[in-house]
Write a protein that binds this ligand. Structure first.
Ligand code: ADP
Length: 157
C-alpha cells in the first residue's frame, strides 16, 4: 500500500490544491493531506478551520485523510508510514523552489520520494496568497476556491 503525504499551508485550500489532491488520490492507495503549521507563526486561518474546510471539500473521496502536523515533513511522513510526498507545480518558479525542497527532504530521509503533478492550465495562477489578497480587498474569490471555502470566507471575513 503506497501512502502519499500532500503537505502544505493550505491557508486557505484552493481549487488548484484540490485538483492535485484528487489526481493524487487516483494514483496512490491513500493520500494524507497534511496542514503544516508553526505555533510561533500566525497564519490567516486557524489550523483547525483549514483542516475542517479541507475535510468538507473532499468528504466524498474515501482514500483521502486530512491531518495537520508541526515540524519536519519527513518526520511526519516516517510516523505515518508514507513513502511519497505529493507536490503541485505551476510555474518554473515553483520548480526551482520545489526541487531544492525535494532534495533537502531526500537528504534527510532517503526513503522518501517526491512526486510532482502539474496543475491544469485553468488553475495555474491560483495561490492561497492571491485568494487572501482578493478577499481582504473585497474582490470575488468564487471561482478560485471550493464552494465550502467560499461560503466560510465570505461569511467570516
Ligand atoms: P507551501 O506553504 O508548502 O508552499 P501551499 O499551501 O502554498 O504550501 O501549497 C502546497 C502545494 O500545492 C505546493 O506544492 C504548491 O506548489 C502546490 N500548489 C499551490 N497552488 C497550486 C495550484 N494552483 N495548482 C497546483 N498546485 C498548487
Amino acid at each position: 500500500m503506497t501512502i502519499a503525504i500532500y503537505p502544505g499551508s493550505f491557508d486557505p485550500i484552493t481549487n488548484g490544491h484540490i485538483d492535485i489532491l484528487k489526481s493524487g488520490a487516483e494514483i496512490f492507495d491513500k493520500v494524507i493531506i497534511a496542514v503544516s503549521y508553526n505555533v510561533n507563526k500566525k497564519g490567516f486561518l486557524p489550523v483547525d478551520v483549514r483542516t475542517n474546510l479541507i475535510r468538507e471539500a473532499v468528504k466524498d473521496i474515501p482514500n483521502i485523510e486530512v491531518d495537520s502536523f508541526e515540524g519536519l515533513t519527513v518526520e511526519y511522513a516516517k510516523k505515518r508510514g508514507a513513502s511519497v510526498l505529493l507536490r503541485g507545480l505551476r510555474t518554473s518558479f515553483d520548480f526551482e523552489y520545489e526541487m531544492q525542497l525535494s532534495q533537502t527532504n531526500q537528504a534527510l530521509y532517503d526513503k522518501i520520494k517526491t512526486v510532482f503533478l502539474i496543475t491544469k492550465p485553468e488553475y495555474n495562477f491560483i495561490s492561497s496568497s492571491c485568494v487572501r489578497e482578493i478577499l481582504v480587498n473585497k474582490g470575488d474569490i468564487k471561482s478560485f476556491v471550493p464552494e465550502v471555502v467560499y461560503r466560510y470566507l465570505t461569511q467570516n471575513y
